[in-house]
Design a protein around this ligand. Structure first.
Ligand SMILES: N[C@@H](CCO)C(=O)O
Length: 397
């Protein structure tokens, strides 16, 4: 049987831990994510095996440093009260507020491998990584617990906190849990109300990943991404979407999202090219992203099982099985399907007219899904095992 994620319960043990034994330093790893997967707008997300590492240490003065992706471009300013636009700092503050502790001054170092402003979940990674680091630093114990009496309704506090900050759960859920996540926001009415419940309670369920899945992602160049600049890029790309959806478009996406979940559960990739079609967000976004349609088509023609805009873009993601047939492990690098798909995608973007040159010259990432979400790598004093490994798969998978 494929497992569902154990709801994450957060035990407040302030009297033993937080007050008496706050941590001095915490290092967390947090994966990239690709939201929507075509038709599953604001509902589906996939964790990728590309990781940021965030180190947070109590210090005499606030300081943020960045290496890797976004270094020199992400503003690192933070005032003495911890006011900052930096997502990691905002998430740390939210974590301390949640823990009921004053926000300490901290030194934050981000080792970024996730391209920023690209549709690869870099802001979710900052939010989730910052929350986990902050909760751990504040001394809260986290426990991946499963209450069989309330399997559906037990609130997953970390998911709530992260969803509230991000606005939608499809990136933060795989960032927390890894794998493919199907997330739902419930209203209090759905839940029968109750004093603990927020207006929108997010919950997430793991969807199985077919074996051997490989992903080819094209991330347009740095220059292009930063021309979009603002931290509000996702909001700008959401503002493009028409507020109302004709019934036939809603039906189109409902059918495909349901088919996609079924394909993933069966491990059947044969219908994925239809199951990853979308009419809710990609057509409007294609008006800004001229590479979207030709690259997706080229990927499918070259044998990819499906291709779509990653999150709000501009990254394009193609799903491959890593093999052109036969055994993935006995194939040479040249024979592997993802190379053919990447080459075809490159030819497609290169053949756009010169007025679209800004979309050319991007980078390809060939990667696998990640099966684990955000986790603590090291802490001083050390974490309990449960905390260090929360967000990993349960034994069901
Ligand atoms: N579902 C979101 C993901 C980006 O954060 C969107 O497409 O706008």
């Amino acid at each position: 049987m494929y497992g569902v994620d154990p709801p994450l319960t957060m035990k407040r043990v302030r009297s033993q831990n937080s007050q008496k034994n706050p941590r001095n330093k915490v290092v967390v790893r947090v994966p990239a994510t690709s939201a929507n997967m075509g038709p599953g707008f604001d509902a589906l997300g996939l964790g990728l095996d590309i990781w940021n590492e965030i180190s947070v240490e109590r210090a005499a003065k606030f300081k943020i440093t960045t290496e890797g992706e976004g270094a020199g471009a992400i503003p690192e300013t933070v005032d003495d009260n911890g006011e900052s636009n930096h997502m990691v700092i905002k998430a740390l503050k939210r974590a301390f507020e949640y823990a009921g502790e004053p926000m300490p001054r901290v030194k934050v170092h981000c080792r970024n491998r996730i391209p920023v402003c690209s549709g690869f979940g870099s802001s979710s990674a900052a939010i989730v990584g910052g929350l986990v680091a902050g909760l751990a630093l504040a001394g809260l114990e986290l426990r991946a617990g499963y209450d069989p009496g309330h399997p559906q309704w037990l609130p997953e506090e970390l998911l709530q906190l992260a969803t509230e900050m991000e606005g939608h759960p499809d990136n933060v859920a795989p960032s927390i849990y890894g794998g493919i996540q199907l997330s739902v926001q419930l209203s209090p009415v759905d839940m029968g109300g109750g004093p603990r419940l927020n207006a929108q309670l997010a919950l997430s369920r793991r969807v199985p990943i077919p074996e051997g899945l490989r992903l080819v992602a094209y991330v347009p160049s740095e220059a292009t991404r930063f021309s979009f600049a603002s931290a509000d890029k996702t909001n700008e790309m959401r503002a493009l979407l028409p507020p109302d959806v004709p019934r036939e478009q809603a039906v189109f996406n409902i059918q495909r999202t349901a088919l996609l979940i079924d394909c993933l559960h069966r491990g059947d990739l044969s219908l994925l090219r239809f199951a990853t079609e979308d009419v809710l967000h990609q057509p409007a976004r294609a008006t800004i992203y001229p590479h979207l349609k030709p690259m997706c088509q080229a990927a499918i023609n070259a044998g990819a099982h499906g291709a779509f805009l990653s999150g709000a873009g501009p990254t394009i993601l193609a799903i491959c099985s890593g093999a052109t047939g036969g055994d993935i492990f006995t194939q040479t690098r040249e024979e592997r399907q993802e190379n053919g798909v990447a080459n075809a995608m490159r030819r497609a973007v290169d053949s756009l007219s010169t007025k679209h040159d800004q979309w050319k010259g991007g980078k390809f990432y060939i990667c696998s899904p990640c099966y684990q979400g955000c986790h603590v790598v090291s802490a001083d004093p050390p974490m309990s095992d449960a905390m260090a490994t929360f967000g990993t798969l349960d034994g069901d998978l």
